[in-house]
Design a protein around this ligand. Structure first.
Ligand code: NAP
Ligand code: F7E
Length: 331
């Protein structure tokens, strides 16, 4: 009998890569989708017919209980969230409802339907914010710098609390930034690689960015979903930092992406103060030694390979897609 997995956030970047991984491993994969007036299944289109989709929403407790009861998963991956940091200042309460109370709803639904279900919670390096030590480990204290970061700290600790209070097998992966050709267009990596492709193809002349000095530990989403799965295969539930251990500035990202397309970034990148954040996370760099040691996890794709993969994918997409589609990123 194949194992059953339920993924919330299956229409997102990570949900789609995780669904690929689990289908390949022979799982029966189900995903939660929320109602939308327009189809947003582009990241999982290639999987339709091989996965099951169920309507539910993190805001609606009964819908979560219903889907978990119907699917009866062995493993539940809670990836659904409002994941774009700047939007969390515009909608701090909704961010809390999705990312903080939404997680409580998922855990409570698991507890009520079947406490044997193993749960993965998508924690984030944004919890480290104004960092207390370098590099950041599982023991580094949190200092979030946005409503998003604050909501993820709540989610992290409610997961720990359900593990300790009810003996749920509930783990948190503290994942540092991870990207791919399926990344949302408003995040800086994809905004840059999409911008490079547009400029190269003569569809645009420039791209506007905010803080070029911010540094992140960027990895490839395909590598990071493997770590999520590994966490749920362990004997004991625990939390892990997932990162490459190498950081780069946004400026490095820009240099590599434009350079790969044979362009001089200084001629095309504008800086716009409106894109600066009310409180910035200046420098994140993770220490993945625990994951390497206990999960035997190592990332396969380095930063340059990641950025060039994304530029190539955007060039290929924009060379074939209708060109009237405007750059969706106004952030
Ligand atoms: P993403 O591409 O923005 O996907 C988010 C997913 O959540 C989408 O499927 C979205 O559905 C769904 N969702 C949002 N609100 C929902 C609600 N109320 N009910 C049900 N579904 C809802 O994010 P991602 O990059 O894949 O990230 C996955 C998770 O990891 C998130 O929790 C994120 O905060 C966390 N995380 C991400 C990173 C990273 O670098 N990517 C790092 C650390 C942690 P729609 O398609 O309907 O919008
Ligand atoms: O910003 C700077 C910006 O929006 C990265 C989410 O997946 O990872 C992600 O959060 C950096 C920031 O990602 C622009 O100021 C400069 O310092 O790509 P981002 P993020 O905020 O780090 C964490 C781990 C998550 O958990 C989140 O869900 O880039 N930056 N100029 C810019 N950022 C954007 N978006 N747009 C710019 O024009």
């Amino acid at each position: 009998m194949s194992r059953r997995a339920l993924i919330t956030g299956i229409t997102g970047q990570d949900g789609s890569y995780l669904a690929d991984l689990l289908v390949d491993k022979g799982y029966e994969v189900s995903g939660v989708v929320r109602r939308s007036s327009a189809a947003n299944l582009w990241r999982i289109e290639h999987l339709l017919g091989r996965i099951h989709l169920h309507p539910a929403d993190l805001l609606d407790q009964l819908s979560l209980i219903k889907v978990i009861d119907e699917v009866r998963p062995h493993e539940l991956y809670n990836l659904a969230a409002m994941s774009f940091v700047p939007a969390s200042w515009d909608q701090p309460m909704l961010t809390g409802e999705f990312n903080a109370q939404g997680v409580t709803r998922v855990l409570e639904a698991v507890r009520q339907v079947d406490p044997a279900i193993r749960v993965y919670q998508a924690s984030s390096s944004e919890m480290f914010g104004k960092v207390r030590e370098i590099p950041q480990t599982e023991l580094t204290p949190f200092y979030p710098r946005s409503p998003y970061g604050v909501s993820k700290v709540f989610a992290h600790y409610i997961t720990v609390n359900y593990r300790e209070s009810y003996d749920l097998f509930a783990v948190s992966g503290i994942l540092f930034n991870h990207e791919s050709p399926r990344r949302g267009i408003e995040f800086v990596t994809r905004k840059v690689t999409d911008g490079v492709a547009r400029i190269k193809l003569g569809l645009a002349d420039s791209v506007s960015l905010g803080n070029l000095d911010a540094q992140r530990d960027w990895g490839f989403a395909g590598d990071y979903v493997r770590a999520m799965w590994l966490m749920l295969q362990q004997e004991r539930a625990d939390d892990y930092v997932i990162a490459t251990g190498v950081s780069h500035a946004v400026r490095d990202l820009v240099e590599i992406a434009f350079g790969h397309a044979g362009l001089d970034w200084k001629k095309h990148v504008r800086t716009d103060p409106k894109l600066l954040r009310p409180a910035e996370v200046d420098h994140l760099i993770g220490d993945p030694s625990k994951a390497k040691r206990q999960l035997e996890w190592t990332p396969a794709v380095d930063f340059t390979a990641l950025v060039t993969m994304m530029v190539d994918a955007d060039l290929a997409r924009l060379s074939t897609e209708p060109r009237h589609i405007a750059n969706a990123s106004t952030w």
